[in-house]
Design a binder for this molecule. Structure first.
Ligand code: MSP
Length: 638
């Protein structure tokens, strides 16, 4: 009989910077789920990859003086390396620059055009380059991107649109019929109330302002919107619209798209609507997990507060990082990362509970039975308590994983480990040895070894390298499924243990915290040194001049924008600036400011803006830059 299939995906990762420990969260969780399902009898396909197109990549490549392809190749290598370090067992790694993907995306666009789901028009909106997202004025928060809080630009371009609005009712109907489609439940309400109810607008799905993307076959000056390109990976990776589509036939629809909460919108509105337009089945579930926070911040590479997972894995082992992410971050909500919590958690669970149980047991089997696991004699009530804990564990852990809760699964597995440690204290094998009660001592040793076998079989999906080491210590083959958990008593008499090194060494938390701080500072300094430098010629391209504000008005229908008339020598020019929340027009009139005079003119909210005034900001307040002494207008600033 063929196995049931299970298709699980991570988002494909932006190829535009170093990944931090927050990024590893999605991938590590999916890895634990994928490994669990494989052992639990499923034919699993675990997909991950890199999202390599878009304006941001193009800009970064330009700044680094390399081609976009060279740029993404280097980052792709880094990401693959990170997943190797963390022991991620993906079945396929897709790159959106893979030729088969690009061709399939083109075919998808052609199909959508043919079905009338795409039309040509022009688009004006606020664009956040880092998030590759267009926003309407009302969606902005304090004039900034509602997702990442960064600056947005008003952009207008001829574009192709996807008739997203057409799918509004079908989406609502689909959610109603599939109440578990979006999990956790709170995210479903968020999608309906914040996005669907206010009314879905057609989606701009092509760009002409840059060319690092999939060219539209019917209008090649347009490239595909990076989110359509990216979302399509979930089916192109399986061979959709390709000659060999056997994986697609076998695995689609996906059982689980695991994503961070900030991209649930793309996966539960745009993606299902695109699939509806293509006439394809819906994925079964999208789970929007919370963020690993650093202080109160999502550790975003662009905000600079990076905790390097490779450094942590090199120092403590991949399983320490995996265990922490899986156990400590409450699933579905946000959780805080601190070095201290990582180290304390490692000492408590991995060193004390697990490490001690394994080293005490293997040491005692070595000392009392020459390293050969003895045959048990009659079990007493205490033994039976442990036996039933072990025999009931798979069922509990399976239910936890069904609910996608790795913290609960680990907590249930650790119940065996903790109970077994207590059992050592209660049965006092050293006293049994002293009193010569070898029969009872044999039973106690056997029960302990079996407990370890049960716990480490269940730990394989979560901390695979550690669990494998434990099997080596017990002298057992590493199981590939859970069949050995059906019955307590699976270890054959005489199996030879090998105590070897400790699984984990106790961490001196205070000392390590200082060490980690030092390493972080060194990394930051290195990074600062690497900040991109420009030549004097680059700087000379920017024309800065003094200018006097001669008039200032609020821009109609905007609470952020002011239109300033600036005297620059004998000319007057108008500049729009987003400082209305910091200055009144009256205050500004008569002040001298510094103007970027050769900035390309732009229309902001329909108002012509010729240049930009310099301001300083600490993230909360904004102040304009002014010469230290009274200076005539139109003077060059050098
Ligand atoms: N490229 C898009 C996804 C396209 S999928 C069709 C993207 N990439 S990403 O690199 O920015 O993010 C990849 C994953 O990392 C997302 O699930 C995101 O939520 C996750 N995380 C990034 N920072 C995170 C934390 N601080 N905490 C938890 N997960 C976070 O989005």
């Amino acid at each position: 009989m063929s196995k049931p299939t299970y298709y699980i995906t991570t988002p494909i990762y932006y190829s535009s910077g170093k990944l931090h420990i927050g990024h590893c969260y999605t991938t590590v969780i999916c890895d634990a789920i994928a490994r669990f399902k494989r052992m639990d009898g499923f034919d699993v396909f675990y997909l991950t990859g890199t999202d390599e197109h878009g304006q941001k990549v193009q800009q970064k490549a330009e700044a680094a003086g390399v081609t976009p392809k060279q740029y993404v190749d280097a980052l792709h290598e880094q990401i693959v390396n990170l997943w190797n370090v963390l022991n991620i067992s993906y079945d396929k790694f897709i790159r959106t620059t893979d030729e088969y993907h690009e061709k399939a995306v083109q075919k998808i666009y052609e199909k959508l055009l043919a079905s009338g789901d795409i039309y040509k028009s022009s688009y004006e909106g606020w664009y956040c380059t880092p998030c590759e997202s267009f926003w309407t004025e009302s969606q902005l928060v304090d004039g900034k991107c509602p997702d990442c809080g960064r600056e947005v630009k008003l952009q207008k371009e001829e574009s192709y649109f996807f008739r997203l609005s057409k799918y509004q009712d079908r989406l609502i109907e689909f959610y109603e019929q599939n109440p578990d489609f979006i999990s956790p439940k709170s995210r479903m309400n968020e999608m309906i109330n914040n996005f669907i109810k206010p009314g879905l607008k057609d989606l701009c799905i092509s760009r002409t302002t840059f060319d690092w993307g999939v060219k539209l076959p019917f209008d090649p000056k347009h490239v595909a919107y990076v989110w359509v390109d990216a979302l399509a990976n979930y089916i192109t990776a399986l061979g959709y619209l390709q000659e060999d589509h056997s994986l697609y036939d076998k695995f689609w629809p996906a059982d689980l798209h695991m994503v961070g909460k900030e991209i649930v919108r793309f996966h539960t509105i745009i993606w299902p609507a695109l699939l509806m337009a293509l006439g394809l089945p819906m994925p079964k579930k999208v789970y929007g997990h919370g963020w690993v926070l650093f202080g109160s911040d999502k550790m975003s590479k662009s905000k600079g507060n990076v905790v390097d997972p490779v450094l942590l894995a090199d120092r403590y082992g991949a399983d320490v990082v995996r265990y922490y992410l899986l156990r400590e971050i409450p699933f579905g909500s946000d959780g805080n990362y601190t070095n201290e919590a990582l180290l304390v958690r490692t000492n408590a669970d991995l060193v004390n509970d697990l490490g001690n149980l394994v080293s005490r047991t293997t040491a005692m089997v070595t000392q009392y039975f020459g390293g050969n696991i003895p045959r048990p004699n009659d079990y007493d009530d205490r033994d039976r308590e442990l036996i039933s804990l072990c025999e009931g564990a798979l069922c509990k852990v399976r239910a936890d994983m069904e609910a996608l809760s790795a913290p609960d699964a680990l907590s249930d597995i650790f119940k065996i480990i903790q109970r077994a440690n207590k059992y050592i204290d209660e049965t006092m094998p050293w006293a049994l040895n002293k009193s010569g009660d070898k029969d009872r001592l044999a039973t106690v040793m056997y029960v302990l070894c079996e407990c370890i076998r049960f716990a480490s079989t269940l730990l394989l999906p979560f901390v695979p390298a550690t669990a494998q080491r434990i099997f080596a210590k017990l002298g057992l083959d590493v199981p590939t499924d859970f069949s050995g958990l059906a019955r307590f008593g699976g270890i054959a008499e005489g199996t030879t243990v090998n105590k070897g090194d400790n699984l984990f060494n106790r961490i001196d938390v205070d000392k390590e915290l200082k060490e980690l701080d030092k390493l972080a500072t060194e990394q930051t300094e290195e990074k600062e040194e690497q900040t991109e430098q420009i030549t004097i010629e680059d700087f000379a391209k920017v024309k800065l001049v003094t200018a006097k504000v001669v008039d200032c008005q609020k821009v109609a229908k905007s609470d952020k924008l002011l239109a300033l008339k600036l005297q620059v020598g004998d000319q007057v020019r108008q500049v729009v600036s987003g400082i209305a929340q910091y200055y009144t027009p009256e205050y500004l009139v008569g002040k001298t400011v510094v103007l970027v005079a050769n900035l390309k003119p732009a229309k902001i909210r329909g108002v012509e803006s010729n240049g930009m005034i310099l301001c300083a900001s600490d993230g909360k307040n904004v102040v304009f830059v002014t010469p230290e002494k009274e200076t005539a207008s139109g003077k060059e600033v050098r």
